[in-house]
Design a protein around this ligand. Structure first.
Ligand code: C2E
Ligand code: CA
Ligand code: CA
Ligand code: CA
Length: 278
């Protein structure tokens, strides 16, 4: 959020400074928000590209600060990481996702949920047991839950993260490499990591309609992932053209503003009802 001056001159320093100061200022407020249930969880549909059928939702944290307005996830997640509140934040999002997942199962709408994990969470050896306990408590089948882990983070710490990934996989939850393509890992890693899904980063998806380089990357990832038996999800699908290209290349699932923005629960239900009305 650097301030842009005329002629492209940017003042990085003041913006960065105020961001750091703001982080410190909101640490206590974040704790309160987590304790009082003031942190919101939004849901963004994941749909099949062929017929736009809803298969699941990504659960995304949202925070409306009482004085400062909406705080970006990248900011409050960094605050949570630096102030030891990340496991609480993850628990809040996961719990809300599981609660809804259970409700949908009861209504015979078996939707899966996806929850983002930071690498720091995967370094916590107690996490898989917590997940097992929550699955049991909410009566949700492990296969209905996907954890998304960003590729760049995963790459940096893969040796330390692998034991947790194996334990999660053994519970039966699904694992997804998020933001794939941004971490500059070789495609061959896809075969070595214990994952079920690849999420192609929105930067490539958004570029693929106009940039042949992006198009080539998307095509290569889809073809290799399918070769390895992995589910391929494209994030950031914004146009019909992109949708058509992805479908042609054999990508199965998409997520993006073309289908829906992340929505609060009530609006997700309204979106779903509008889709399924005859
Ligand atoms: P992400 O995992 O890549 O999440 C998808 C982000 O892309 C979301 O941003 C979503 O709003 C946005 N998006 C979805 N479709 C489109 C589209 O068609 N066009 C564009 N331009 N953007 C689209 P959001 O919600 O701001 O989240 C940003 C990041 O914050 C997420 O990136 C995720 O890594 C992180 N995050 C959000 N909630 C949590 C959480 O509960 N825990 C952790 N650890 N991270 C979270
Ligand atoms: Ca994600
Ligand atoms: Ca992503
Ligand atoms: Ca992304």
């Amino acid at each position: 959020a650097a301030k842009v001056l005329p002629y492209g001159v940017q003042l990085f320093h003041p913006a960065l400074e105020s961001r750091a100061v703001r982080r410190l200022g909101i640490a206590a407020d974040l704790r309160t928000a987590l304790d009082t249930g003031a942190l919101d969880v939004y849901f963004q549909p994941k749909v099949t590209l062929t017929d736009r059928h809803l298969v699941g939702v990504e659960c995304l944290a949202r925070w409306q600060h009482p004085a400062q307005g909406e705080v970006l996830p990248e900011d409050f997640i960094a605050v949570a990481e630096h102030t030891g509140q990340l496991s609480r934040l993850t628990e809040v999002v996961l719990t809300e996702g599981l609660r809804r997942c259970r409700e949908w199962a009861d209504q015979e709408r078996p939707l899966s949920i996806a929850v983002n994990l930071s690498v720091r969470t995967l370094l916590d050896s107690r996490f898989p047991d917590q997940v097992a306990g929550l699955l049991e408590h909410y009566g949700v089948a492990a296969a209905q839950v996907t954890f998304e882990i960003s590729e760049p983070g995963m790459l940096g710490d893969i040796e330390r993260v692998l034991p947790t990934l194996y334990r999660l996989r053994d519970l039966g939850v699904r694992l997804s490499v998020d933001d794939f393509g941004t971490g500059a890992s070789s495609l061959s890693y896809l075969r070595q990591w214990p994952v079920h899904e690849v999420k192609i980063d929105d930067s490539f998806v958004q570029g693929m309609a106009t940039d042949t380089g992006d198009l080539a990357i998307v095509r290569a990832v889809i073809s290799l992932a399918r070769e390895f038996g992995l589910t391929v999800v494209a994030e950031g699908v914004e146009s019909e053209l992109t949708l058509d290209l992805l479908e042609e290349m054999g990508c199965e699932i998409g997520q993006g503003y073309l289908f829906s923005r992340p929505l609060p629960y009530e609006r997700l239900e309204a979106w779903f009802n509008a889709q399924t009305e005859p």
